[in-house]
Design a protein around this ligand. Structure first.
Ligand SMILES: Nc1ncnc2c1ncn2[C@@H]1O[C@H](COP(=O)(O)OP(=O)(O)OP(=O)(O)O)[C@@H](O)[C@H]1O
Ligand SMILES: [Mg+2]
Length: 452
């Protein structure tokens, strides 16, 4: 379609259309433009665009220039001067339909639209935008509510999980305490039973030893009297005296009685220690000598303290001047038992390594050091020079069921129960420090008097 044909066609269109040159000459218009201005179409012939509008010629030329140099529709605003002296504000859309050339200037088609209509369209558009914005807002709110509900749910699930985990931990702890208590109570009962069974016959032997010794002494004196009164006895008696080596017998008999007395006294001490260890009759708090508890524990463990893999264990006691401590003695002995048993295990492990590596010497040692901190606290430090504990193991040391020992050898309860006894039962403290492959030290700190 040529520009002329297009203009012919535009003339019959209902929309107000104007064809102008880039200098502002009105080349043609259609009836709708004439109607808008209140003029006849012939009256518009030969006019300039500036004659029809209130905008300055400079502004109009600038607008037409923009239209002719753009490939797109250029929006503008024109204020038409109507025949009745009124003005009419229009939105204009300008597009170049013939670009500028050396032979002719650019031709621009302007389409006018009353601003009221344009405004109406704007209102409609704004309304639509508003609705859309509201919809977007609604969706955002719904999304936020969903996100919040999700967050709440996650927090609730997390809280539940934590609560469940706590209950599980508590149950595991109770279970561990029950197992350990059962273990210790059976050991205690056995020890108490053995002590009781030994106690009676030993006391009986000890009491009779005194009389037996006295009788033997009397008999010896009687024989000596006979020898003195009848120096020349029969041949048979002489022979018998030689066979039994009477002089040696008399000498040795006193020694035998002496060693029997020492032996029974030792058994009595052992029985006392066993009873001290079990202390089954003392479930309540009692003011006791801590050293007696440690000694009786060492005695119970004596069979394990003998040489391990050819290396004899040395026990070094550095006991301070401790006052009696008010505590649950049976439970405190359990703690000593757990820690010293662990120390022996650690020394054993070291001994195996040292033997394998064929190292020349190893002096396994357990040191037990007690001291008064002030008039309210005492400490018991148990140190061994066994395998030691690395940081990873150290962080789990007091956890129930944590063990590095072989199945059947360790249950991993000893230290967790000891922690309970010291920290919760006695309001004390228990800590561990260790240099791997060198030494391990457990420090127990307990108050001299329990506050209830
Ligand atoms: N003196 C120590 N030297 C090196 N490691 C130690 C020492 N004491 C404790 N441990 C480490 O701590 C772990 C936990 O000790 P705990 O007494 O609680 O359990 P266990 O000895 O393994 O088993 P259980 O005492 O119930 O028979 C041990 O398995 C061991 O690895
Ligand atoms: Mg243990």
């Amino acid at each position: 379609m040529t520009p002329e044909q297009f203009l012919e066609f535009a003339r019959i269109l209902p929309e107000p259309l104007l064809l102008v040159s880039s200098e502002g000459h009105l080349l043609t218009t259609n009836q709708a433009v004439a109607d808008m201005l209140g003029l006849r179409r012939q009256e518009l012939q030969g006019k300039m665009l500036f004659d029809l509008v209130t905008e300055s010629s400079h502004e109009i030329l600038k607008y037409l220039q923009a239209c002719s140099s753009s490939r797109k529709m250029v929006l503008g605003c024109l204020t038409l001067r109507k025949n009745d002296q009124q003005t009419l504000i229009c939105r204009s859309q300008g597009a170049v339909i013939q670009p500028w050339s050396t032979e002719s200037s650019a031709l621009i088609l302007l389409r006018l639209e009353k601003r009221v209509i344009a405004n109406n369209n704007f209102v409609l558009l704004n309304k639509k935008i508003d609705e859309l914005a509201k919809e977007v807002q609604k969706r955002k709110q719904a999304e936020e509510a969903l996100w919040k509900a999700n967050q709440d749910l996650e927090i609730r699930v997390e809280k539940r999980t934590t609560a469940l985990q706590e209950t599980l931990n508590e149950l595991q702890l109770t279970q561990s305490q029950l197992i350990q208590a059962e273990k210790m109570s059976s050991l205690g009962q056995m020890v108490a039973g053995v002590a009781h069974e030994i106690n009676n016959p030993v006391n009986f032997i000890y009491a009779n030893l005194h009389h037996a010794g006295k009788y033997a002494e009397d008999l010896v004196k009687l024989i000596q009297l006979y020898q003195h009164t009848y120096p020349s006895s029969s041949l048979e008696i002489q022979e018998r005296i030689e066979v039994i080596d009477l002089d040696f017998l008399i000498q040795d008999l006193t020694k035998i009685f002496q060693s029997m007395r020492i032996g029974t006294e030792r058994i009595q001490e052992v029985v006392k220690s066993l009873r001290n260890f079990s202390r089954l009759d003392e479930a309540a708090v009692k003011s006791v000598n801590i050293h007696e508890g440690i000694d009786s524990t060492l005695m119970i463990l004596e069979h394990r303290l003998k040489a391990i893999h050819e290396y004899p264990i040395t026990i070094i006691k550095k006991y301070g001047q401790l006052p009696n401590v008010t505590c649950y003695p049976c439970q405190l002995n359990q703690v000593f038992m757990n820690i010293i048993a662990n120390a022996i295990d650690a020394l054993e492990e070291s001994a195996i390594i040292i033997k394998k590596q064929k190292l020349p010497t190893y002096n396994p040692q357990i040191q037990i050091h007690t001291k008064v901190l002030d008039d309210q606290w005492v400490t018991i430090t148990i140190t061994d020079n066994g395998v030691g504990i690395n940081e990873q193991v150290k962080s789990k040391l007091f956890d129930p069921f944590f063990t590095t020992k072989a199945v059947g050898k360790g249950t991993g309860l000893g230290l967790s129960v000891s922690y309970q006894i010291i920290v919760e039962k006695h309001a004390g403290e228990i800590s561990c420090s260790s240099t791997p492959e060198k030494c391990t030290e457990f420090v127990i700190k307990i108050p001299v008097n329990q506050v209830y």
